[in-house]
Design a protein. Structure first.
Lengths: 188, 187
């Protein structure tokens, strides 16, 4: 049943992602694609919308995917799934915090997890880059497409703005305007 | 006012007014919880950040549950978590409904083509910031794990769960091994 699958998928994502929303992208993508819930492009759109609406990225994305697959009930189930592992783990830790913080085992595990998260965000970057630049598959002919160079330029400009600490919402709005201009201008 | 209700309202406010996820919430949580309500001290906030980072799941949820529990027990944890989630949930549900109506409009489609390019930039920045944290320690071990988890998830399509568990265990064994070597060295 889809609702149970949705719940289990987000339970798994909630239980195994560290370091915030961006680290979740690779995992949400794998789950959503294997179940046929979302296309790669929809997922990227959801990341943008989650970033431009208030609240935790992870909760926003869970609500989106749930809503898209099964309506309001799906949204509730997916959000519940992503919250539950955190909630339970934190309750346990809050009860016996002193021991947890000083535990060297936790330090050791984290020394492996932090770089793993970097690698996973890198994987998300690669798959999103593929979806943005090569929507119809990686091929030599893609490079002769004008839109490829337009979006490459736009990504580069957006990156510069992001590293200059412009607010993500402003960057998203800026890119939306350029996208509309390029779309009509190039007659895509 | 009832403390649980107050927790709910405070975290609802935090959930409704922070953009960009958990890290952006920490200063707001600090202001509301330490300065305005005086539920917790400054030291608690740094503990909360440390714990939220080293446990799975969304940072915002981890922080809300922790503050709620410390302030008012299990019910407090429920109320704070519910509060931080509710605004997101309502706003996204609404947008999701509207989006379906608007997606057929050509300008909207073009706008999203541009926005996807921006998302790439935002991911790149998140990537750089996380990499910077890891880079500080200058361990070849860390770089090896970055490369390994990248290749496994991006190119070999290994389930992220296994990558996380594997890298966590690897980190644990590595640190145990290093400690042994260090203690041998001092003998």
């Amino acid at each position: 049943m889809v609702l149970i699958k949705l719940f289990l998928a987000f339970l798994k994502i909630g239980a195994f992602t560290f370091g915030g929303g961006y680290a979740m992208i690779a995992m949400i993508q794998a789950e959503a694609e294997s179940q046929g819930w979302l296309t790669q492009e929809e997922l990227v759109d959801f990341v943008a919308l989650s970033e431009s609406t208030p609240g935790p990225l992870a909760v926003n994305m869970a609500t989106f995917v749930g809503m898209r697959t099964c309506g309001v009930l799906g949204a509730i189930i997916a959000t519940l799934g992503i919250i539950l592992p955190s909630f339970i783990i934190i309750l346990i830790i809050a009860k016996c915090f002193e021991r947890y913080e000083k535990s060297k085992a936790v330090g050791g595990i984290m020394s492996g997890l932090k770089p793993a998260v970097v690698g996973m965000i890198g994987a998300a970057f690669i798959s999103v880059a593929r979806a943005v630049f090569f929507p119809s598959g990686v091929s030599v002919s893609a490079f002769s497409d004008v839109s490829f160079w337009v979006f490459l330029g736009l990504s580069a400009a957006a990156s510069v703005l992001a590293f200059r600490k412009m607010h993500p919402i402003k960057i998203i709005l800026f890119s939306a305007v350029i996208g509309i201009g390029a779309g009509y201008g190039l007659g895509l | 006012m009832n403390k649980n209700l107050e927790l709910f309202l405070t975290f609802m406010k935090i959930g409704a007014f922070t953009f960009g996820g958990g890290y952006a919430m920490i200063p707001l949580i600090q202001k509301e919880v330490c300065e305005n309500k005086k539920w917790l001290g400054e030291k608690d906030i740094s503990d909360i950040v440390a714990i939220s980072e080293s446990t799975p799941g969304p940072i915002a949820i981890n922080a809300a549950t922790f503050v709620g529990y410390k302030t008012s027990g299990f019910l407090g944890a429920c109320m704070a978590t519910l509060g931080v989630v509710l605004p997101s949930f309502l706003i996204i549900s609404l947008i999701s409904l509207i989006l379906t109506q608007f997606q057929s409009i050509r300008a909207v489609r073009y706008a999203f083509m541009g926005i996807r390019a921006a998302v790439l930039a935002l991911i790149l920045k998140a990537l750089w910031m996380m990499f910077h944290q890891v880079k500080k320690k200058k361990k070849p071990f860390s770089y090896a794990i970055i490369g390994l988890s990248l290749v496994l998830t991006a190119f070999l399509n290994i389930d992220a769960v296994f990558v996380i568990i594997g890298c966590g265990l690897f980190g644990l064994f590595w640190s145990l091994l290093n400690r042994k070597e260090q203690s041998n060295g001092t003998d």
